[in-house]
Design a protein around this ligand. Structure first.
Ligand code: HEC
Length: 154
């Protein structure tokens, strides 16, 4: 017998499970389209991108804020900075900072005298013969030396 000719075929019921699946699939597709269409939901990869960038910047600026911790005027820190200066820097910059091989630290500074600029000068070095100290000195120690250098400039 040819089953296409079977007149009972059209009266077969679709299994309930299939109907339910079909409806759920439609709901899912509609929901998906609504959720991820920028014009409808406002969803956008740019927003995710911007949020990630903002997160990165927040971390970066909190590190920056940590770098800005200042020992300016802190006598104990300045005394420690003076010791570090005497052993690591005075060879080139002289004990009083007036310079020799290294530049005069009491005069106007070529690379700037803000804490951040000084930090770069000391940690990263400068091309004209200033060696980088970030391997030898911790961040805290560099900041203490900077606090000491401020006293040379007053
Ligand atoms: C080997 C010699 C040498 C030593 C050691 C040295 N410096 Fe220097 N430093 C230099 C020279 C040379 C320059 C000038 C670099 C330039 O003009 O490009 C310089 C530049 C600098 C500057 C930038 C000055 C400006 O005009 O902006 C700072 C700040 C500085 N040194 C701080 C320090 C500190 C703090 C230490 C110790 C932790 C130190 N230096 C150790 C040779 C030295």
């Amino acid at each position: 017998m040819n089953e296409h000719d079977n007149p009972t075929e059209s009266s077969n019921k679709v299994p309930k499970g299939m109907t339910a699946f079909f409806i759920l699939a439609i709901i899912f597709v509609v929901g998906y389209v609504v959720l991820y269409t920028p014009a409808i939901s406002g969803w956008s990869y740019y927003k995710i991108f911007e949020k990630k960038m903002a997160d990165v910047q927040a971390v970066a600026s909190s590190e920056g804020a940590k770098e800005k911790q200042s020992f300016s005027g802190d006598e104990a820190a300045i005394a420690e900075g003076a010791e570090i200066y005497a052993s690591s820097c005075a060879v080139c910059h002289k004990v009083d900072g007036t310079g020799g091989i290294g530049s005069n630290l009491t005069a106007e500074l070529k690379f700037g005298d803000s804490q951040e600029e000084l930090y770069v000068s000391v940690a990263e070095g400068r091309e004209g013969g200033m060696p980088p100290f970030k391997q030898q000195l911790s961040e805290t120690k560099i900041l203490k030396v900077i606090a000491f250098m401020e006293t040379l400039r007053k």
